[in-house]
Design a protein around this ligand. Structure first.
Ligand code: UDX
Length: 443
């Protein structure tokens, strides 16, 4: 089938290539000429394992092309909208200007019986309003809301073998759902659960899933605060409660907390939407989840400060930061807790030697005071303290005995609770981890 994907950022670019790999003819449309030129040349504008080869293969197949010309989508029967919905500059609500611009650019080219499929994360109520707008211009067209649940680092897997597919469908629009089934046929046949719900439910499925994940992380980080005050150990606690299958161990990793382009802005936008709906109390807990999350950064910063002598002691000291991206296997620094901590260390007057396997070029644009290095060991050179902020495998697999020869301070804050503590302490390090008792080096 001929389809278009409007918005070729993370979500849209991966979706376009993924749909081409299922055998469809796909045109990806975006207003960003630079991004489109790069994608058309097979160059991936972000770090995503496996996406380079998928993109190259699909461009070579002739089924995939990228353009800035909206008229090129005119032949498509189905149009996916995958533009971003960032946080507004002056409020916590979602900025829908890209969704509106995408819809406006698409409307003149909608053919009879066209199906528009919304994938962006939007406040509940948006889809029904967009449907009215589309049908005023093209009465035979239909809109389905089909939220996307992809995780960075797993984008291809999550696109082609998702946990579930959700369609938000208006009454009488079953024909449009059948058309979407045709596109997703090989995914549905894996089999993948496919749920048909109303439009409001579909919009809510996405934001409530992200709200639940954020809550799970902030819950364990709140328990970390209690462990710190009482001598408990958050990792052992998470392991123990995670054995209960009703709770589950995943997303109970305590540390610097969540960041990225989705969870932080989505819980804020969901809370803002609840206030508009007059539900001031229903989602007030999301405001608290955000606060718990942001407090973890204060805590990790304070741990580094305490290790070098207390308040104000970071000024003039050399500090190593390992990890700048918001999570491993990503070069994304949006709302990155790691970069926030690195920036605070710079602001405190420390000389910050940083290393990240993928995010350094993005990071230096935001925090120009960082000294970028070629490896974690080089970052640790001359440092009073190392602060591990993102749990890249490269850091977890380091030899603590080799790195300690470079780091005169012999102190480390494991901000992600990902190191083998005993091994690091045996090698002579003094180690602090949020939510866990301190371990001093045993000489
Ligand atoms: C998230 C959702 O998982 C995905 O379904 C949605 O479509 C988009 O938002 P993503 O932003 O790629 O995906 O990251 P995710 O893997 O969910 O991690 C989010 C943040 O939570 C990261 O900063 C990560 O470090 C943190 N995290 C995750 C924890 O602090 N502890 C955990 O146990 C898990």
């Amino acid at each position: 089938m001929k389809i278009s994907v409007i918005g070729c950022g993370y979500l849209g670019a991966v979706h376009a290539a993924g749909m081409a790999s299922l055998g469809h003819e796909v045109v990806g449309l975006d207003v960003d000429t630079d991004k489109i030129a790069r994608l058309q040349a097979g160059k991936v504008p972000f770090h995503e394992p496996g996406f380079d080869s998928l993109l190259t293969e699909q461009l070579a197949s002739g089924r995939l092309e990228f353009t800035t010309d909206p008229s090129k989508v005119a032949e498509a029967e189905v149009h996916f909208i995958g533009v971003g919905t960032p946080q507004q500059k002056n409020s916590k609500a979602a900025d829908l200007s890209y969704v509106h611009a995408a819809t406006d650019s698409l409307i003149p080219y909608l053919c009879e019986g066209a199906v528009v499929v919304g994938k962006s994360t939007v406040p509940v109520g948006t889809a029904r309003a967009l449907r009215s707008q589309i049908q005023q211009a093209q009465p035979s067209a239909e809109l389905i809301w089909n939220p996307e649940f992809l995780r960075e680092g797993f984008a291809i897997k999550d696109t082609l073998t998702p946990d579930r597919i959700v369609y938000g469908v208006a009454d009488g629009a079953e024909w449009a759902a059948e058309k979407l089934d045709t596109i997703y046929r090989s995914i549905i046949d894996i089999p993948t659960p496919r749920l048909i719900v109303n439009m409001e439910t579909a919009e809510l499925v996405k934001v409530s899933a992200n709200a639940f994940l954020a809550t799970k992380i902030s819950f364990i980080n709140a328990m970390a605060e209690v462990c710190e005050a009482t001598g408990g150990d958050i990792t052992e606690l998470a392991d123990a409660i995670g054995h209960d299958v009703r709770i589950g161990r995943r997303f109970l990793n305590s540390g610097l907390g969540f960041g990225g382009g989705c969870l932080p802005k989505d819980i804020r936008a969901f809370h803002a939407r609840s206030l508009e709906l007059g539900l001031d109390e229903s989602l007030d807990f999301l405001r608290l989840m955000d606060e718990i999350n942001l407090r973890r950064r204060d805590r990790v910063f304070a741990m580094a400060e305490e290790l070098v002598g207390g308040e104000g002691a970071l000024a003039g000291k050399t500090v190593a930061v390992w990890g700048l991206s918001f999570k491993p296997d990503s070069d994304d620094i949006r709302e990155s807790p790691a970069l926030d901590v690195a920036g605070r260390l710079v602001a405190a007057g420390a000389t910050v030697r940083a290393y990240d396997p993928a995010a350094m070029q993005n990071a230096i644009r935001q925090v120009p005071g960082l000294i970028l290095t070629e490896s974690p060991a080089e970052a640790a050179e001359g440092a009073e303290v190392v602060v591990l902020c993102t749990e890249w495998r490269e850091f977890r697999e380091l030899d603590p005995e080799a790195v300690i020869t470079r780091c005169p301070g012999k102190r480390i804050v494991d901000g992600r609770n990902c190191l083998d503590r005993e091994a690091w302490v045996r090698a002579g390090w003094t180690l602090r981890s949020p939510g866990r008792p301190d371990l001093a080096a045993t000489e």
